[in-house]
Design a protein around this ligand. Structure first.
Ligand code: SAM
Length: 434
């Protein structure tokens, strides 16, 4: 089914061009670096194989890669996303901007850069991030507070100009921070306290102008059709989406990631989407697979509902993970069981927003917990079949890291009547050979 993908890949390799790394040099797709994003070539390759599709849905939209790729290809793309920052960010990324807007934003940016360098101007409050000094030193923090105040003062609330300036601001927030994004989530660089022969002074205003220029060059490359972003919970897609779609391409949360809030916190605090640590945990609890803050204590008390569907492969993994020898094994088994209960809620409703014959592509990665393999792709396959999809196949697309058993897969299937080929296969499977 996904021959276009499968035939061009050497799955023994990490194929970094299929990850977020590729997007950094890809216009709007490179505006913000988020490690769970997948790549433009991956989505484009999948779209190539289905040129009949006019409407494309991503129910776990993240940074909006799928919907924007679809729009650049002249298709109607829609994203569903639970995180309010990502919804705001996608709404900016999806906009068609006029040359006049870009010119005006550039002019405002020049004024803002000059003003934010001066110590005497009003400044915004620093965000209430725990241990903020680990993120930015005093000088950079003050600069960011002045820069934010200048942007809010110069550009009208809700305007395209303010939104573009805030995307550039988000880039500066990370450029000036001590956070190192060289891991699947992030860590902190240790501060260099050794004496310096020459003091190297960064020109922060200049950094802002460079980031703004990158954002504006992406903004000038308008998608043919503006995609749509919808705020909502993918566990009940039919509650939030009124249209029906020809194709679904998505990468749902990965069970080994444990939190999306962790990496998004700096942006969310600076832009006011988060005001305290408790809310960060509440956000993560609402998302699939979140464990931040309060979400962990809730997981400890969580029990499966009668809606759960537990295929044998999942049952076997849960038994391995909850082995009493494993420190926190019960908690992690709860985490995995809840992850798949939520996934099942999603898969059992998603058909309601798809047209007959719609194709689905779930890009997933397997995981290990205490040496027990969690075959995520196989569990998705069985769940999709149980939810009424046919021709469900697993295509291995890349090695994830140095661990020999970890891979990424595209689990594909179709809604509606099964093809003749699969009907024959299914009936063979059902009738035992004599
Ligand atoms: C692996 S990321 C998707 C990345 C995306 N493919 C991209 O290129 O940016 C999974 C996304 O699912 C979102 N998510 C988690 N639980 C959700 C839910 N219940 N409903 C909708 N979105 C959810 C997370 O916030 C995260 O952005």
């Amino acid at each position: 089914m996904t021959s276009a993908l499968a035939t061009t890949l050497d799955t023994r390799k990490q194929n970094a061009h299929l990850t977020f790394k590729h997007n950094r040099h890809h216009g709007r797709h490179g505006w913000l670096r988020l490690t769970p994003a997948y790549s433009v070539p991956l989505v484009s390759k999948i779209l190539e194989g289905h040129n009949y599709a006019a409407t494309v849905l991503d129910p776990f939209s993240g940074t909006g890669t799928t919907a924007l790729c679809a729009a650049y290809a002249g298709l109607r793309g829609t994203g569903l996303e639970i995180n309010p920052f990502l919804v705001w960010f996608s709404s900016v990324k999806f906009r068609q901007f006029s040359p006049a807007t870009i010119e005006k934003t550039q002019a405002l940016g020049t004024v803002i850069a000059a003003a934010s360098s001066s110590e005497g101007i009003p400044s915004a409050d620093p965000p209430p991030i725990h241990n903020i000094e680990r993120w930015w030193n005093d000088q950079e923090l003050h600069f960011l507070c002045r820069l934010k105040a200048c942007i809010l003062d110069a550009a009208e609330e809700g305007s395209d100009e303010r939104n573009l300036l805030l995307v550039a601001f988000c880039r500066v927030v990370i450029t000036l921070s001590n956070a190192a994004f060289n891991h699947q989530s992030m860590s902190f660089k240790s501060a260099d306290t050794s004496p310096q022969l020459f003091e190297i002074k960064r020109d922060n205003a200049d950094i802002f102008l460079k980031e703004l220029s990158l954002v504006l060059s992406g903004a000038a490359d308008n998608p043919q059709i503006e995609p749509t972003i919808v705020t909502g919970d993918a566990r009940q897609p039919s509650r939030f989406l009124t249209d029906k779609f020809d194709m679904l391409i998505t990468s749902p949360p990965y069970p080994n990631r444990m939190s999306y809030i962790r990496e998004l916190r700096p942006y969310m605090y600076w832009l006011g989407f988060l005001t305290n640590g408790r809310d960060a945990g509440e956000h993560d609890w609402r998302a699939i697979g979140g464990t931040w803050g309060v979400a962990t204590s809730r997981l400890a008390e969580w029990t499966p509902s009668d809606k759960a569907f537990i295929p044998p492969a999942l049952k076997k993994s849960l038994a391995g993970i909850s082995n009493p020898k494993n420190n926190n094994g019960t908690l992690l088994a709860n985490y995995v069981a809840k992850y798949f209960e939520d996934t099942w809620l999603h898969l059992s409703d998603i058909g309601n927003v798809l047209n007959d014959d719609a194709k689905v592509h779930y890009v997933v990665g397997n995981s290990t917990f205490y040496g027990t393999l969690l075959p995520v792709e196989q569990i998705f396959q069985v769940m999709l079949q149980e939810a009424g999809f046919h021709d469900v196949e697993i295509v291995k697309i890349r090695k994830r890291n140095s661990k020999a058993e970890l891979f990424e897969f595209d689990v594909t299937g179709a809604k509606g009547r099964p093809s003749k080929r699969s009907t024959v296969r299914e009936s063979r499977r059902r009738s035992p050979r004599r």
